[in-house]
Design a protein around this ligand. Structure first.
Ligand code: NIG
Ligand code: FE
Length: 404
């Protein structure tokens, strides 16, 4: 079946294309692929003749489907009381040290059965999809045993099988030291490295991440996790320089990481290393905002060095209970100084790159996947402008329109 979507205001986000929209644009979709994109006047006649169904979009804005390239969507429980504690002056680090934080969610996740984990994550996922998310990354990291990490990763696979969305699953057992290994972080890292081949053999892992920070794992501990990933040829990424700087970005770059995420404390050397290593900077304004951080990531330096910038929700029950990618576009502009266009590129083309999907996802171009969103808007800047308005009218995943 060949479908034609015409009278669109297209923001293709294609690399090299000038910023700005293409009016009276056309998308031709064949099966799950985009077959042709361009102005109506250039549409080849033989292609027009093959169309079996066409849709007039009446000038509506069309962008690539949004890609949320950093989430912790699968978990049990919630931590609203920690939000209250932080409002009363406790810090994220203090709450974590007192047994809250990641450890509290680990307990709740282990307690939730498989169906409960799935149902909770499915609800969150549907909220994201309603705002135009067509691809999402989901990390493990609240199981912290081989069995419970596997349950989280399997939940991500199960979600992929039952929702019209692409899902990449990332192994993040190096998120916190498991309670069973209290005071024995080196042994815990040994275990994290030993579990990985087993989980990978079950087809559960698309990439490997670690929380490399002054309040989490050291550079040397993280290096061991990255080596275990490299031995399996799995792509890597890091939670880097969120609370302090211990050279996590430089380590990631040595391993050719897809991305370094957070980066509030990234320094000039880290920026250079990321540029040389081809890493994407994934900025997470939701966590920055909710933790009331005051030092934004070095956006001008990242720009000057040519490091691609992506934006994600970092959805998690502690630092970022955010289910709105559109809100992240706004916050990336207001808090971090991105332009609305950069923010949209950050949630499409550059987010695809942060997942290693740049040859298939994130832009509207011939041969790419037909993942796109029709918005009740005329220009991409409106997507970053409104707060609390879901302008997503229609969305298409792999050529198939989803229910809204
Ligand atoms: O990306 N920084 C570490 N991990 C998460 C927070 C996880 C949690 O608090 O549960 C993050 O912000
Ligand atoms: Fe995170």
């Amino acid at each position: 079946m060949t479908t034609l979507w015409h009278n669109a205001t297209l923001a293709t986000m294609a690399e090299g294309a000038p910023e700005g929209v293409l009016e009276r644009g056309v998308l031709v979709v064949d099966q799950d692929r985009i077959q042709w994109v361009g102005p109506i006047g250039d549409l080849p006649r033989e292609l027009r003749l093959r169309v079996t169904q066409d849709f007039d979009l009446a000038g509506a804005l069309v962008t690539p489907g949004l890609i949320d390239c950093h989430t912790h969507l699968v978990y049990g429980g919630e931590r609203a009381h920690e939000f209250e504690m932080r409002l009363q002056g406790s810090s994220y680090e203090e709450i974590a040290r007192a047994g809250g934080g990641i450890r509290a969610t680990v307990a709740a996740t282990r307690q939730a059965d498989d169906d409960a984990l799935y149902a909770l994550a499915s609800r969150r996922l549907r909220t994201m999809m309603a705002e135009g998310v067509t691809t999402i990354e989901i990390k493990s990291g609240y199981g912290l045993t081989c069995h419970h990490e596997a349950r989280m990763l399997r939940t991500a696979r199960r979600l992929a099988g039952s929702h019209a969305v692409g899902i990449r699953s990332t192994y993040l057992a190096a998120h916190a030291v498991a309670p069973e290994y209290e005071g024995r972080p080196e042994e815990y890292v040994d275990a994290v490295c030993a579990w990985l081949p087993q989980l990978h053999a079950q087809g559960l892992v698309d990439a490997v991440d670690a929380f490399c920070d002054t309040i989490a794992f050291s550079v040397e501990q993280t290096r061991r996790v990255l080596e275990a990933a490299r031995a399996l040829r799995l792509p890597v990424k890091l939670h880097a320089e969120q609370f302090g700087n211990q050279g996590a970005a430089a380590l990631a770059a040595q391993f050719g990481a897809l991305s370094c995420d957070h980066l509030e404390h990234l320094d000039a050397g880290g920026v250079r290393a990321m540029a040389a290593g081809g890493c994407v900077a994934v900025l997470l304004p939701g966590a920055y905002y909710l933790l009331r951080q005051t030092r934004p990531p070095p956006v001008p330096e990242l720009r000057a060095a040519g490091v691609p910038i992506a934006i994600a929700t970092d959805h998690n029950p502690g630092s970022s209970p955010v289910l709105s990618p559109l809100l992240m576009l706004n916050m990336a502009c207001v808090l971090f100084g991105l332009t609305p266009w950069e923010a949209l590129r950050g949630a499409t083309a550059n987010a695809a790159r942060a997942l290693g999907l740049q040859s298939t996802h994130g832009v509207l171009a011939a041969g790419r996947r037909a993942d796109f969103v029709v918005w009740d808007a005329e220009h991409p800047r409106e997507l970053a402008y409104y707060l609390g308005r879901n302008a997503c009218q229609r969305s298409v995943h792999g050529g198939v329109e989803r229910e809204h």
